[in-house]
Design a protein around this ligand. Structure first.
Ligand SMILES: *[C@@H]1O[C@H](CO)[C@@H](O)[C@H](O)[C@H]1NC(C)=O
Ligand SMILES: *[C@@H]1O[C@H](CO)[C@@H](O)[C@H](O)[C@H]1NC(C)=O
Length: 357
């Protein structure tokens, strides 16, 4: 029997909380499988057993998540979780660290907090699964699915129908380029050169994803890192709402990533990639500036203090900790990447369109 799965989201944050609603009629999900690559913005628990400071498997993380603390770096669901629900998946896509053969064919979440496009990004925090290693893990997943389905033609066709989401690159700034005492990249490259080498490497990684069978790929651009409470605290804003030079550096990356997506669509005629513009999606609606105040009490590293009591009205916070959006902000991003509100949000396709192609 079909049932309705709804995701509620606030339309006008801080001006008035008018609730919008998107519903997906479930029964069968719209695509047979969904794979997630990325960093802490979409990590579902892969870092829990790693030796790293980049972990969120303690309260008050997960306070609004149905299963409580899971390692998600927010109070509730991530953008990847919401998109999964909008696609009609009833269960959350399991992390690679704990996925079983019973559910592996529905999809896997490879994302890892502090990981980057570059291997070394995040290394001062400890272990992490870089995008290159996430792709190696995906290869292992494909072998497992292949042997479960025991028909190579079938598996090849099956993998082409899945949605692949990739949201990575923030740590190549936050936990690399912006820490000159630990990482040399800002001495080697100008911001523009760095954006170019990052996108060049990402291009190779997206080609690997294609070679591993991906045909429907949603590539998330980077959010405005200069507007995160932690970077504002660290660098100051000179009276502006955000650290502008950081946003400018990140924009150089985004401005190269979108043309890369277009280029790959031309090179691979059987692939559909789409670029999700977080700047467009998270632009404040109305005239009020969005206060960058974390909901939880944060430590020096920007993460929530263990077992601290978070803010009460979490629907009013954009940020949960010093870096990560709250569940409410995640619902807005997911809703607008799934069904774009403006042409800028997702191009050339939003994810609902991508699923139907
Ligand atoms: C393998 O899968 C293909 C594609 O679904 C199908 O046409 C073919 O009959 C299958 N082969 C076997 C031996 O089941
Ligand atoms: C993203 O959207 C913003 C706001 O509409 C726009 O200024 C920017 O050029 C867009 N970025 C890309 C890469 O298209």
């Amino acid at each position: 029997m079909a049932r309705e799965l709804c995701v509620f989201f606030p339309v006008l944050i801080f001006v008035a909380i008018l609730h919008g609603q998107i519903c997906a009629v479930t029964g069968e999900p719209q695509v047979p499988c969904y794979f997630i690559f990325g960093d802490s913005l979409v990590d579902g628990g892969n870092n829990n057993e790693l030796k790293t400071a980049a972990k969120a498997n303690y309260p008050p993380y997960g306070i609004d998540f149905p299963k409580g603390v899971t390692g998600r770096f927010t109070n509730g669901r991530t953008v990847a979780d919401f998109i999964g629900q909008l696609l009609g998946f009833v269960d959350f896509i399991p992390p690679y660290a704990t996925v079983t053969d019973k559910v592996i064919s529905t999809g896997v979440n490879y994302a890892s907090g502090s990981a980057g496009i570059r291997e070394e990004s995040g290394s001062h925090l400890g272990d992490r699964i870089s995008l290159d290693r996430q792709l190696l893990n995906h290869e292992k997943t494909i072998s497992r699915i292949s042997s479960l389905q025991s028909n190579k033609t079938y598996t090849d066709e099956y993998l082409k129908k899945c949605i692949y989401l990739t949201n990575i690159g923030s740590n190549d700034y936050i936990n690399n380029y912006l820490i000159p005492t630990t990482y040399p990249t800002s001495k080697i490259y100008t911001a523009d050169q760095y954006a170019a080498v990052l996108v060049q490497q990402y291009s190779q990684q997206l080609k690997t994803m294609y070679n591993l069978g991906a045909r429907k790929i949603a590539v998330f651009g980077l959010g405005q890192i200069g507007c995160t409470p932690a970077e504002i605290e660290r660098f100051g804003t000179n009276g502006k709402p955000c650290v502008q030079w950081i946003n400018e550096a990140v924009k150089l990356f985004n401005d190269r990533l979108k043309p890369l997506v277009e280029e790959l669509n031309n090179v691979y005629s059987d692939a559909k990639l789409t670029f999700i513009n977080l700047t467009s999606i998270s632009a404040p609606q109305g005239d009020l500036p969005v206060p960058s105040v974390p909901c939880c009490k944060v430590k020096e590293d920007g993460q929530c203090v263990e077992n601290s009591t978070p803010c009460l009205i979490r629907a009013l916070s954009i940020f949960y900790d010093g870096f990560h959006p709250s569940e409410v902000a995640n619902t807005v991003v997911a809703a607008r990447s799934y069904i774009a509100l403006t042409k800028m949000d997702a191009s050339p396709y939003d994810i609902s369109h991508l699923a139907r192609l």
